[in-house]
Design a protein around this ligand. Structure first.
Ligand SMILES: *Cc1c(COP(=O)(O)O)cnc(C)c1O
Length: 382
């Protein structure tokens, strides 16, 4: 039995990687450009002192998840159970834990591989060519890739300020034919919040439109529309374990919606898509909410340290968001990011987003980390 490739055949019949697409992608995908994957990960891993770098560019949690996560995963792997088996279908045990956490019924929930997979599932199930989709911008870009790949017609709307919720502009763009509207609350990267009561009213006013409420940062803001999924039938809320729970590497999220929406999504939902280790880890994180609460308190306290620090720095306009990141508007964004990078501090350039000229986004961590960070960047911001 020869499973290894014959080296003589190397280079022949290569299939991909040559840079030439021999088989054209589907027409709806031709208009899609890949997600901007600028990340500091490689730079940090290559740095000799990588442990002291600050990875603040992807809104990740800045500390390890609850120790119970590691313990539960270790125990599960060492028990010799089921790596050769498919994971629990529908993440049934984790789904029950999410039901407890959200106060919903498991029939109103689907567990997904990160909330990205939830957003993609929503687009695949509910969007088709030329569907009208309303998206207030600037916002999380990945959704737009999923929507465009379905051939949907995206109408982006923008208020006078990127940092105020543009409720009238959204209402102005909606029609009875609008298929879907995508709202992120608190929004990434602006921190804008859409009041849950307003979102529920939008659902009632536009019963033909699916309202997608992305609550990736819910735990930080503690404001949610999830309770309305029992009341209106056209709301879907997505959430994630990647941010407040510190499990970005495991890829777990979930969505909540009225039972008919969940049934619709069930047509394409892959019940074995969340891997077994991720299911075990996320369930363990939900068993240690004290750990979550203490991290949330750290982030809030750090925001005060950041406010104090920037109060006296004239060249910087600071926006503290209800999520785990702040936005800084600086005079020269490229050189600021460069100077931060030289000090091992990695942030995200958001200056090309509408209404965010000169802006960069920076994650917020614990007080100890923040004190160390602010000492490190003291001479960058004068
Ligand atoms: C980070 C982020 C996501 C992605 O979350 P995953 O669960 O890691 O896929 C989704 N939406 C928003 C607004 C985000 O900022």
């Amino acid at each position: 039995m020869v499973l290894k490739r014959n080296p003589k055949e190397e280079g022949r019949n290569d299939g991909g990687g040559s840079g030439h697409e021999t088989i054209a992608v589907a027409p709806s995908v031709r208009v899609v450009t890949p997600y901007d994957t600028v990340t500091s990960q490689a730079a940090i891993e290559a740095a000799p002192d990588h442990r002291t770098c600050f990875k603040l560019d992807w809104n990740e949690c800045t500390v390890d998840p609850s120790p119970r996560v590691r313990e539960a995963i270790r125990e599960w792997v060492c028990s010799g159970r089921g790596l050769n088996w498919y994971p629990r279908l529908g993440s049934s045990r984790l789904a029950r834990a999410v039901a407890d956490y959200t106060g919903l019924d498991t029939t109103q929930l689907l567990v997904t591989s990160g909330s990205d997979a939830a957003l993609r599932l929503i687009c695949s199930t509910y969007l088709d060519g030329d569907d009208h989709v309303v998206v207030p911008v600037p916002t999380y870009h990945h959704f737009m890739i999923f929507a465009r790949s379905r051939g949907a017609r995206l109408e982006t709307v923008c208020g006078a300020s990127a940092f105020e919720p543009c409720l009238e502009a959204i209402e102005g763009a909606m029609t009875s034919q609008t298929r879907l509207v995508y709202l992120v609350s608190p929004n990434n990267p602006t921190g804008v919040i859409y009041p849950p009561e307003w979102v529920a009213q939008l659902c009632r006013d536009y019963p033909n439109s699916l309202v997608v409420l992305d609550e990736a940062y819910y735990e930080f803001a503690r404001m949610t529309g999830i309770g309305f999924v029992g009341e209106v039938t056209n709301l879907v809320v997505t959430r994630t374990f990647s941010k407040a729970f510190g499990l970005a590497g495991l890829r777990v999220g979930y969505l909540a919606g009225a039972t008919p929406v969940i049934e619709g999504l069930g047509r394409l939902y892959n019940p074995k898509s969340v891997n077994a280790v991720a299911q075990v880890g996320a369930a363990a994180a939900l068993e240690d909410l004290d750990y979550l609460v203490s991290f949330l308190a750290e982030v809030e306290a750090s925001k005060d340290l950041i406010r104090d620090f920037f109060a006296s720095r004239d060249g910087v306009e600071l926006r503290v968001t209800p999520a785990n990141f702040v936005v800084l508007r600086v005079e020269d964004v490229a050189s600021t990011i460069d100077e931060l990078g030289q000090r091992g501090v990695y942030v995200r350039d958001r200056s090309h987003y509408p209404g965010m000229e000169g802006c960069l986004r920076m994650s917020v961590g614990t007080r100890t980390q923040t004190r160390r960070l602010l000492r490190r960047v003291d001479d960058v911001f004068r």
